[in-house]
Design a protein around this ligand. Structure first.
Ligand code: HEC
Ligand code: HEC
Ligand code: HEC
Ligand code: HEC
Ligand code: HEC
Length: 269
């Protein structure tokens, strides 16, 4: 022990002269001011291309068939049932008898209310498209799924919602409170939605943060708070995923003491 700490104390002392010399001679290129301006003149456009132009070219934008408002449809006044916000969601996004998740509801759910194509409830153009092109024709709506994972990924809602006790918002953010649908952006190379990798191309993740006392107490934030039993007692985290990459899945498993689910064959059956 003693020897080790001595050695590690000595090293920086001995090396300090040397590394100072190195810095002066090799690490800083002996450019003049003009030289540095050249470097910047190359660097700045490269950054703009990399951070602004490249993502714009990489993703193609697609519109949903028509707008759908979650605000309108999670209002109990229209006749959907549920005590909590999550129960209201599950009026449409329910689990079947066998435990499978219905996902985006099919026309049979919509026509519990929109059964007469001649009778719109509101006055929007979107409802007109919906009634004329889908209800009247008896066609399913071809929704684009923002969170659709690659074929090779195994994901089960019942494990996360029922067993894990997570709320929809912790993974899907505010989509369940949206009034208008975001543009669907598809990666031209992989064919995957931008929402899997996240809109933040720096990959800087702010998904899971320890909740400091008094920091997250508004009603809107409550759905993202989660108290987890740790060795030191209970700790509260603010969990709101903004992307759903492999690392993001694993990060949440780790704080939930579900490390056994971070083996390749668990998520890639
Ligand atoms: C009246 C039925 C209905 C109710 C109630 C409802 N939804 Fe939806 N939900 C839909 C339809 C239709 C879509 C497809 C359009 C879209 O993407 O918004 C959808 C899409 C979604 C998606 C997008 C999935 C994806 O990746 O593309 C999420 C997330 C979602 N709903 C969450 C919620 C949450 C959370 C609630 C409760 C606050 C809720 N929904 C309540 C009908 C409903
Ligand atoms: C419980 C009843 C109910 C169900 C189930 C329901 N709706 Fe509605 N929907 C309404 C009512 C009521 C309005 C009118 C609200 C208003 O205009 O104030 C409406 C409005 C709409 C509109 C126009 C307003 C807008 O932009 O959202 C569309 C489009 C729509 N619904 C689509 C759907 C689809 C698709 C489904 C199935 C996934 C569905 N609805 C399921 C009751 C329902
Ligand atoms: C642990 C994270 C997580 C939670 C919690 C969660 N989801 Fe999802 N959801 C996902 C992922 C990941 C996918 C994509 C699954 C796939 O492609 O196989 C998805 C897909 C969906 C879809 C689209 C399914 C389809 O393809 O039709 C809907 C709708 C949806 N979720 C709604 C909800 C609702 C409503 C809740 C709350 C009851 C919820 N989710 C809770 C992660 C989550
Ligand atoms: C917000 C936290 C969170 C996120 C994000 C999350 N998980 Fe999980 N996951 C859990 C928890 C908690 C459990 C344990 C549930 C239980 O059994 O109590 C779990 C369990 C699992 C299991 C084992 C149960 C089963 O279905 O066989 C798999 C597989 C899994 N997760 C896959 C994924 C994948 C794939 C993703 C990313 C697309 C993901 N998870 C994202 C929290 C999360
Ligand atoms: C906690 C769940 C989870 C675990 C554990 C996991 N993966 Fe993944 N993996 C994902 C998800 C989600 C994606 C899709 C999003 C992405 O590309 O990050 C993915 C994507 C991939 C892809 C790219 C597939 C494609 O079609 O783009 C490969 C390859 C892969 N994983 C290999 C592995 C290997 C090897 C391991 C073990 C070291 C592993 N994964 C462990 C969730 C997981």
């Amino acid at each position: 022990m003693e020897n080790q700490s001595n050695a590690s104390e000595k090293r920086p002392q001995g090396g300090s002269n040397e590394s100072g010399g190195l810095l002066n001679s090799t690490f800083l290129p002996p450019f003049s001011l003009k030289g540095w301006l050249f470097v910047l003149a190359g660097l700045v456009p490269a950054l703009i291309v990399g951070w602004v132009v490249f993502p714009m070219v990489l993703y193609s934008s697609q519109q949903q068939p028509f707008n759908f408002s979650h605000v309108v449809h999670t209002n109990p006044d229209i006749g959907i049932e549920g005590e909590t916000e999550q129960e209201l969601c599950m009026y449409c996004h329910y689990f079947r008898e066998d435990g499978t998740f219905v996902g985006i509801p099919g026309m049979d759910t919509c026509t519990m209310c929109h059964d007469d194509p001649e009778f719109p409830y509101g006055q929007t153009e979107d409802e007109k498209i919906f009634l004329e092109q889908y209800v009247a024709e008896g066609k399913e709506v071809p929704w684009l799924v923002y969170s659709d994972q690659p074929e090779c990924v195994y994901f089960s809602h019942i494990a996360h919602v029922k067993m894990g006790g997570l709320t929809c918002g912790q993974c899907h953010g505010d989509h369940g409170r949206s009034e208008t649908l975001p543009v669907y952006k598809e990666n031209r190379l992989t064919g995957y939605s931008i929402d899997i990798w996240g809109r933040n191309i720096a990959g800087y993740s702010k998904n899971i943060k320890p909740a400091e006392a008094g920091m997250y107490e508004t009603e809107d934030d409550e759905q993202y708070l989660r108290t987890i039993e740790t060795e030191q007692g209970e700790e509260t985290y603010h969990i709101k995923m903004s992307s759903m990459k492999m690392d993001d899945c694993a990060e949440c498993h780790t704080i939930h003491h579900q490390e056994q689910n971070n083996a390749c064959f668990v998520c890639h059956k």
